[in-house]
Design a protein around this ligand. Structure first.
Ligand SMILES: [Zn+2]
Length: 305
């Protein structure tokens, strides 16, 4: 009887130990599975911690998100994923076109002579009010403010050239004109992913020779229908009044994103235009929505609507 009792106690002890071991094994395996599923690595790198251990540590640190332990692993990407270079190809930056209602009024705000520090403010305002604009950039400024261009492109703004160094194209040789256009467009493409189909000549200066070269380079020439004179007045109030006093559907509005006063004016202009029901679109969008084909070598200054 006494021997039988000892045997029962002994068996109970074995069962208890076995159950405990199973629970530990389960936790370790599920932890490894969670780690592999969690950060997508191929399982070659083994962590010293289970996923739940690390989660507990993260909670302790005040960060309850899953924190991958391996350097270079971020938000579910494998550790050997290459960080994309700033220079992108077309496919990486193609964004679905934003639907435009051709029946509603629309305006193309355009900003010359940048990019600059002011470009960031203008893009932020466009983002806030769901608008887009066209930035006519000077080639030799692009590198310094390439982040501004990327933000503009991410907001589906259009980026076109405004020559390499703001020279009057009519005074240059054929080769020089070509160089001003091509160099600027190549850099726009490598920084923003966009391949411009038009450009704005400095001072609006074009003649038949410049138009001919533009046609050969597959570029249309775009001017404006509303001149804010913001570069001259340097007054937010006057720029605001100039736009609101002249604006109507189909207009291409000339501004310059070099001046803080122009960005100040946009803080009133952009919300008011949006409130009045204007769609703030790019030049290409304005022309296409108005049934205009964009033909290389042709000059455009507004859309009839
Ligand atoms: Zn200019």
């Amino acid at each position: 009887m006494k021997r039988g009792f000892i045997l029962i106690v002994y068996l109970l002890l074995i069962v208890t130990i076995a159950a405990g071991a199973c629970a530990v094994t389960n936790r370790v395996f599920s932890g490894e599975r969670a780690e592999r599923g969690g950060n997508g690595n191929d399982g070659k790198q083994k962590s010293a911690y289970t996923a739940s251990d690390r989660f507990t540590r993260a909670v302790k640190d005040g960060n309850a998100q899953f924190v991958p332990k391996h350097p270079g692993v971020k938000n579910g990407q494998a550790g050997n994923t290459k960080i994309p270079k700033p220079v992108k190809d077309d496919s990486a930056t193609v964004v679905p076109p934003v639907p435009i209602d051709p029946a509603r009024p629309m305006i193309a705000l355009t900003f010359d002579d940048g990019p600059s520090q002011e470009t960031f403010r203008i893009v932020a305002l466009l983002k806030q009010y769901g608008g887009r604009a066209t930035f006519c950039v000077v080639g030799d400024r692009i590198e310094r403010f390439q982040d501004a261009m990327r933000e503009a492109a991410a907001q589906q703004c259009e980026i076109i050239g405004h020559s390499w160094d703001h020279r009057n194209l009519t005074k240059l040789s054929d080769a020089e004109i070509r160089d001003e256009l091509v160099r600027t467009n190549d850099l726009i493409h490598s920084v923003s992913g966009q391949r411009p189909t038009m450009y704005r000549p400095p001072y609006g200066a074009v003649d038949d020779r410049v138009k001919g070269i533009s046609a050969q380079e597959q570029l249309a020439v775009v001017l404006w229908s509303v001149d804010t004179m913001d570069w001259k007045t340097r007054s937010a109030d006057q720029t605001y009044k100039s736009i609101m006093g002249q604006v109507g559907s189909g207009n291409i509005v000339l501004c310059h994103d070099l001046y803080p006063q122009t960005a100040d004016a946009m803080e009133r202009v952009i919300p008011e235009l949006a409130q009045q029901g204007y769609q703030l679109v790019t030049i290409s969008e304005l022309l296409r929505a108005s049934g205009k084909e964009i033909v290389p070598g042709e000059v455009y200054n507004r859309a009839n609507r």
